[in-house]
Design a protein. Structure first.
Length: 478
């Protein structure tokens, strides 16, 4: 057996108390041809090996990056995404695609491929601040997407069940369903809403590479990851290389973040709740958003203290203002009422405010509402766009609003949230009326015409998601 780190530095495995990992010194049984069937067969073999041997270290992976996989990766990208520093759009690259992919494939395998800096841009957050994004060059996106496809075959067998973020076959509602079922069925009396301060910016690159080396020993794959981490960012024509972090917006960043938190948090918390907790502990993690439920307050408080120490080992820290432990669950309301403290506090996760409430029979029930500040931010975004579209044909604006409102409903139309969606539709109606009445002094539409337009174009809110317990039971029949 070979050790994963030979440079004298402390290994991440030592932090976990994990055994040293074996290498797969035998070549896989599949050929390295460019046929799609051979590629899928080869990747399926990687996944089987990862599942059968949790200690295997994969030494030969890059040969799975074929022209066919690069082609599939190209078509998996968003076609309307903004270009990176290369200025190349998806449509431009599609011209002469086969020749471009053959050349890219050759450069990757010869080691001549060079990662380009990410173009720095900012998007507004609901709290008024700006979130930095890094837009990669198109060829970097293609190679990153192909690398993610390969590495997913390994890490999908390693990642734990409570990790939902940016994984194949998982979405935000899977995490929300699991949390809802846990809060209603498990012995949860306290909730810890943990927020890691600027996780993507503070992620330690050296620790990340050590974590990846637990399973990946193909030096060519590791060099690709190092190239992307060292490519830096371009902002207003100036290049810089942050000492820590990985650009948000890069195709490979979500997978790298999951790998980092798998070793820094997931494995540790799984051991902690088995060895140190006196009561039940539930965990739901979506990327760097984490919510934990505890049966006992002493477990919650001790875990919060231990979590800060744990994250500190890997260059991370909890946000002091956004991390909090609250009383939540079936006994929260009556306990707080006895102490004269009012209604239980709420917490937010993945666009919804979670409320400790009661059903019509007086039993505990979890209520979920769209986060108010998120809805206000969305309405402000719609208002700005309506200002730009003020002189478009009413039909064009109606079609656009229909797609926006329906897209909003597709995510937020969960049971119990229809009143909030009705408010959203009403406010969109007011914004549209505001825009139409400013098109000119003549022929301002009255409310009767506005209502006709709204009925024609704006969909009415209706529940589009099943109850969490129903969908959770369908996904996890056990």
């Amino acid at each position: 057996m070979n050790h994963s780190n030979k440079d004298g530095k402390p290994s991440a495995e030592g932090e976990e108390g994990r055994p040293v990992i074996k290498e797969n010194t035998h070549r896989p049984n599949t050929s390295s041809t460019q046929g799609g069937a051979h590629v899928s067969q080869g990747l399926a073999g990687v996944r089987r090996a990862a599942k059968e041997n949790k200690e295997m270290k994969f030494t030969a992976l890059l040969h799975h990056m074929t022209v066919e996989l690069l082609r599939k990766s190209f078509y998996a990208l968003k076609r309307k995404a903004a270009p990176g520093v290369d200025g190349v759009t998806w449509q431009e690259y599609e011209t002469g695609l086969e020749e471009r992919l053959v050349d890219l494939h050759d450069r990757v395998h010869r080691g001549a491929y060079r990662a380009q800096p990410s173009r720095r841009t900012y998007i507004p957050k609901s709290d008024g601040r700006q979130r930095p994004l890094g837009i990669a060059a198109l060829e970097d996106k293609i190679v990153q997407q192909a690398t993610v496809t390969i590495l997913n075959q390994i890490y999908e067998e390693d990642f734990l069940g409570f990790s939902y973020g940016f994984r194949p076959g998982c979405c935000q509602h899977d995490a929300l369903d699991a949390l809802a079922v846990a809060l209603e069925r498990k012995k949860v009396n306290y909730v810890l809403d943990a927020d890691i301060r600027s996780f993507f910016d503070n992620l330690d690159k050296s620790w990340l590479l050590k974590f990846v080396e637990h399973r990946v020993a193909d030096r060519r794959i590791l060099r690709l990851i190092q190239k992307w981490l060292k490519a830096g960012v371009m902002e207003e024509g100036k290049w810089s290389e942050p000492e820590t972090g990985t650009p948000q917006g890069a195709v490979i960043s979500p997978l790298l973040a999951n790998i980092y938190l798998h070793y820094a948090f997931d494995l540790w918390v799984n051991i902690w709740r088995q060895k140190w907790a006196y009561g039940e502990v539930v965990v739901i993690r979506y990327a760097d958003d984490t919510v934990l439920g505890f049966q006992h307050q002493t477990d919650a408080d001790r875990f919060l203290e231990n979590l800060g120490e744990r994250l500190g080992k890997f260059g991370l820290e909890l946000h002091p203002d956004k991390t909090r432990r609250i009383e939540f669950g079936r006994f929260a309301e009556q306990n707080r009422k006895k102490r004269g403290e009012g209604k239980p506090e709420t917490f937010d996760l993945l666009g919804f405010t979670h409320i400790s409430a009661k059903d019509r029979n007086g039993n505990f029930a979890l209520k979920r509402k769209t986060i108010a500040k998120r809805m206000r931010a969305k309405l402000q975004e719609i208002k700005q766009e309506l200002r730009k579209r003020m002189h478009e044909l009413v039909k064009q604006t109606g079609q656009w609003l229909k797609s926006v409102v329906q897209g909003y409903f597709n995510y937020h139309a969960v049971p119990g949230n229809l009143d909030r969606l009705s408010v959203f539709r009403y406010r969109v109606t007011r914004l549209w009326r505001w825009a139409l009445r400013r098109r000119g002094q003549m022929h301002r539409p009255n409310w009767a015409r506005i209502r006709r337009l709204v009925e024609r174009w704006l969909p009415r809110p209706r529940v589009l998601h099943p109850y969490p317990s129903v969908r959770f039971a369908a996904h996890y029949s056990r």
